[in-house]
Design a protein around this ligand. Sequence first.
Ligand code: IMP
Ligand code: MG
Length: 175
Amino acid sequence: MLETIVTEAQINETLDRIAAEIKRDFGDEPLLLVGVLKGSLYILADLSRRLGPNVEIDFVQVSSWHGGRSSSGIVQIRKDLDISIEGRNVVVIEDIIDSGLTIKHLRELFATRKPKCLKVAALLSKPEARVVDPHVEYIGIEIPNEFVVGYGLDDKERYRNLPFIAILRDDESAS
Ligand code: IMP
Ligand code: MG
């Protein structure tokens, strides 16, 4: 069973706000948006179109989730960036901050590559699930500690294409 907790309209309002915050901080300076695959797919697409023309896009893929519903605690890079971030303004785009382990690891890794500025944006956050507490400059919506799907977030690769965010109750996931 899917129970909507964030509507399409709320997602759009949140992206408007985050885009305004990013523009306030960076003005017309060039930006490199780094999407964390695959969950950031829709957020990156919709947020990048709210920003000016001076935007480049790259992707990183990490594994920490292993297709299950709880984080393993080990973060590995499966696909690294194609573009050098040295001297660049970088905004890492995440779908959700859960344990915090993925973003902590990426922040530490990217910081060693000497960007001019490194910030993180996440559409959703589950504060109750935090194991480590990395800094996140742009946070969309705080949600309870429930397993959610939609707008990029999956359960075993399903439900990413829902245009809203929903709590997935257990009877749906058995298949
Ligand atoms: P972390 O625990 O903060 O490292 O989050 C790791 C990743 O787990 C996120 O980027 C998501 O891809 C995934 N994740 C965390 N919570 C959920 C959820 O409720 N539904 C689907 N994926 C999730
Ligand atoms: Mg993710």
